[in-house]
Design a protein around this ligand. Structure first.
Ligand code: NAD
Length: 486
């Protein structure tokens, strides 16, 4: 962890590329506001060099037998486990989330590598020996070539791990463009993959912003793009990459609703909602942004949520007992404060004002847990993704009314229901617009072997990230039909 800490460098063809462009920006520790290092905003020509390296490595890597590729993934998994603590610390340092959250994130990343190590099974085709007299047919699966991955700041390990381990296990080569706000982890992931035995050029990292993204979207040798980030950028990436004839999966923003029914165990629901709304400073695409209390519990639930939010400890995520760390940057803090102000001006009731928490005056980018009630569907705080510790509370007289409120949202990533009644669970499952549902669970993020399945404006594309969707996305098929007389 020494080579790149002073100056973040690109990793191209197995070497730390010395910086060509002078264009660099600062990387900050969000908990202190201290500058950690600088990251290059790489040029198109640096991106081209990475694509060329990936393209040159593709022939050899795609011909490497699948079990041999898988063995490198197994070794990689072992190294990630050995470096678990170091990786989690790095995440907390550059992202600000608590060490506990970061530790969990590393686990999620490792699980993706474990899934990808099953490549010999995942890559298998299918045969039918007798499609007609003396005729057989079979499907064979192949990698597609160079894949580009563009990732957000909020999961510097897990989100890249949704992409490159599966793509590489399937025989593709990869160019990763991590978030310029959290570039450190990606370099460490590359370094450890090389240590696991990955040949040079198979996994490349190019840091930067728009220019690198556009370079990936336009480059004819890049065959597929995996994107995770905000909705407007996801839509842009999807449109532009698809127009250039590439496969695209673009996972976007969210506004997740949690419905709590009268029969729910309120203490459990409140505990889970606190973690879902304020854990990782609300900077999760599966964060709970809106709670809908149904029926007679409406007032009691709001009181309990507010009490629980009052007890939250805010501070540097490296400190024990801290539950809520900073948001990613000063600009994001200011944007969040502007949303809070807009909620007030639009007539929502500010039940808990996170601007008044002591920690907000500290160095670092802190916003305390904020709760609004009396929110309606015309308000900006309900319509838009705030991506910060700001929770809207709404009420309904029935489950159907609550579902109708949630379904008005243009986003449809996740939704949760707290109840013990199977009839309500079934109704919720059948009628809610969302790709990932939680029943008595606050953050229903699927495991690595299932797809990460947002709907509506939370996803652009066909095949989702992770699981067998990921394998389908990163492979193409050949059908062979043969006649043999025996
Ligand atoms: P972002 O859209 O600002 O950035 C994502 C990536 O796109 C970064 O690598 C960034 O450099 C690049 N980028 C940003 N603006 C660009 C532009 N104009 N042109 C080209 N490239 C651009 O997202 P973020 O703030 O880093 O991450 C938070 C967002 O990601 C939230 O909206 C969150 O919901 C979403 N997210 C979604 C999922 C999901 O599974 N649906 C998962 C994690 C995060």
């Amino acid at each position: 962890m020494t080579t790149f800490f002073n100056e973040v460098q690109n990793y191209i063809g197995g070497v730390w590329a010395s910086q060509q462009s002078e264009n660099r920006i600062d990387v900050f520790n969000p908990a202190t506001g201290d500058r950690l290092t600088t990251v290059p905003l790489s040029s198109k020509s640096e991106l081209d060099a990475a694509v060329e390296a990936a393209s040159a490595a593709f022939g050899m890597w795609s011909m490497t037998p699948v079990p041999r590729r898988a063995r490198i993934l197994f070794k990689y998994q072992q190294l990630l486990v050995e470096h678990w603590d170091e990786l989690a610390r790095l995440i907390t340092l550059e992202n600000g989330k608590t060490y506990k959250d970061a530790y969990g994130e590393v686990q999620r990343g490792i699980e993706c590598v474990e899934f990808a190590a099953g490549a010999p099974n995942l890559m298998m085709g299918r045969q039918l020996p007798d499609i007609a007299t003396d005729m057989e047919s079979g499907m064979y699966r192949y990698p597609i070539g160079v894949v580009g991955g563009i990732t957000p700041f909020n999961f510097p390990m897990m989100v890249p791990c949704w992409m490159f381990p599966i793509a590489i296990a399937c025989g593709n080569t990869f160019v990763l463009k991590p978030s310029e706000r959290t570039p450190l982890l990606a370099n460490r992931l590359a370094e450890l993959f090389t240590e696991a035995g990955l040949p040079d050029g198979v996994f490349n990292v190019v840091h930067g912003s728009h220019d690198v993204v556009n370079g990936l979207l336009e480059h004819p040798k890049v065959k597929a793009i995996s994107f995770v980030g905000s909705q407007p950028v996801a839509e842009y990436v999807y449109t532009k990459a698809a127009a250039a004839g590439k496969r695209v999966q673009a996972l976007a923003g969210a506004k997740n609703h949690t419905i709590v029914l009268e029969d729910a165990d309120l203490d459990t629901a409140v505990k889970d909602i606190m973690a879902a709304a304020f854990g990782s400073a609300g900077e999760r695409c599966m964060a709970c942004a809106v709670v809908i209390g149904v029926g007679t519990i409406k007032d009691r639930l709001l009181e309990k949520l507010t009490e629980a939010a009052d007890a939250i400890q805010i501070g540097n995520g490296m400190e024990e007992d801290v539950f809520l760390g900073p948001v990613i940057r000063e600009e994001h803090k200011q944007r969040t404060l502007a949303y809070i102000q807009s909620g007030v001006e639009e007539g929502a009731k500010l039940v808990r004002d996170g601007r008044r928490d002591e920690a907000c005056a500290n160095k670092g980018y802190f916003v305390g847990p904020t709760i609004f009630s009396e929110v309606n569907s015309d308000m900006q705080i309900w319509k838009e993704e705030i991506f910060a510790p700001v929770l809207s509370y709404r009420t309904a007289d029935s489950l159907d009314e609550a579902i109708a409120i949630a379904n008005e949202s243009e986003f449809a990533n996740g939704a949760c229901l707290f109840t013990h009644d199977a009839r309500y669970v079934r109704r919720f499952r059948e009628t809610i617009d969302a790709g990932m549902l939680g029943i008595n669970v606050g953050v229903p993020a699927p495991m690595a072997f299932f797809p990460f399945s947002g709907w509506k404006k939370s996803f652009y594309g066909d095949l989702h990230a992770n699981g067998t969707d990921g394998v389908e996305f990163y492979t193409r098929k050949k059908m062979v039909t043969a006649r043999w007389k025996i």
